[in-house]
Write a protein that binds this ligand. Structure first.
Ligand code: NAD
Length: 267
């Protein structure tokens, strides 16, 4: 019931850290993977790294552009016949939308705040609508969104990101309900809420130039019962599970992968 070989997956943000790791893991499980990214050069690099593993391709696509998404969807359906899996990974924070220790909420750069909320919320909503329509037509599919620890309780400095990812949570529940009620019980929509993983977007605020932990990192570790950061590959098991029949009655769930961070009060 965990077998997902032969399925067709679309991974947005496939050129990034998480997206390429998820793509690799799906390929290793026998899934055909279409990686989407706004940057051609990262797609080329990532595809070269994994093409020996199976059937993989990439397309440049802006997840905020419905027309670009529809074109890509039609190309994938023409190439592989259907879309079984969508993993919405494109997203992330921007330096201007992250407050420094000294700043207050009133110093937020509204332009960056708007960009971050747009990418992290609509960058998941728009692809879900476009690829979800293909799933509705075939009455089958699994959509996986990426939420965040910033949706359980407030995390300092990252307001726009937190607001948008919390929007992703309710959108996940909302679309799960809508798909099941209107298109049957074979289309599922869930989200993964990663704990703290060192990635390109957060490295500077978690790791000092000399490699030691920042004060913020130390606070994260203090509130993580497992006492460590996650390894990006530790998200892959849940992605595969949510794509498989083993998760056939799971929809609208937001599942933490966080070493216990969200369950621990800190005391
Ligand atoms: P990343 O920056 O390595 O990858 C994001 C990718 O999305 C990039 O390749 C980028 O080119 C692409 N992208 C950006 N805008 C796009 C657009 N408009 N259209 C298409 N592609 C676009 O980031 P990551 O660390 O892999 O994180 C991916 C997701 O996981 C994000 O949603 C992030 O918020 C979330 N996340 C990451 C962590 C972490 O610790 N790294 C933790 C929790 C959640």
């Amino acid at each position: 019931m965990f077998d997902i070989s032969g399925k067709i997956a679309v991974v947005t943000g496939g050129g990034g850290v998480l997206g390429s790791s998820i793509s690799r893991s799906l390929l290793e499980a026998g899934v055909k993977v279409m990686m989407l990214d706004i940057r051609q050069e990262v797609l080329d690099t990532r595809i070269a790294e994994v093409k020996h593993l199976g059937d993989v391709d990439g397309l440049v696509c802006n997840v905020l552009d419905m027309e670009s998404l529809r074109l890509v969807r039609d190309k994938i359906v023409a190439k592989w016949g259907r879309i079984d899996i969508l993993v919405n990974v494109a997203g992330g924070n921007l330096p201007g939308a992250t407050l420094t220790e000294e700043q207050t909420i009133f110093d937020m750069k509204i332009e960056d705040y708007t960009k971050v909320t747009d990418l992290n919320l609509n960058g998941t909503v728009f692809p879900s609508l476009v690829f979800g329509e293909a799933m509705a037509n075939s009455k089958e599919g699994s959509i996986i969104n990426i939420s965040s620890m910033a949706t359980y309780s407030a995390i300092t400095r990252v307001m726009g990101y937190s607001v948008a990812k919390t929007g992703v949570n309710i959108f996940t529940q909302w679309m799960a309900m809508e798909m099941a009620m209107k298109f049957g019980d074979k289309i599922r929509v869930n989200a993964i809420a990663p704990g703290f993983f060192i990635g390109d977007q957060n490295r500077a605020i978690l790791i000092n130039p000399d490699g030691s932990y920042t004060e913020r990192s130390k606070k994260v570790i203090a509130k993580t019962p497992m006492k460590r950061f996650g390894d990006i590959s530790e998200l892959n098991g849940l992605v595969q599970f949510l794509c498989s029949n083993a998760a056939s009655f799971i929809t609208g769930a937001i599942i933490p992968v966080d070493g216990g961070f969200s369950s621990f009060s800190g005391v």
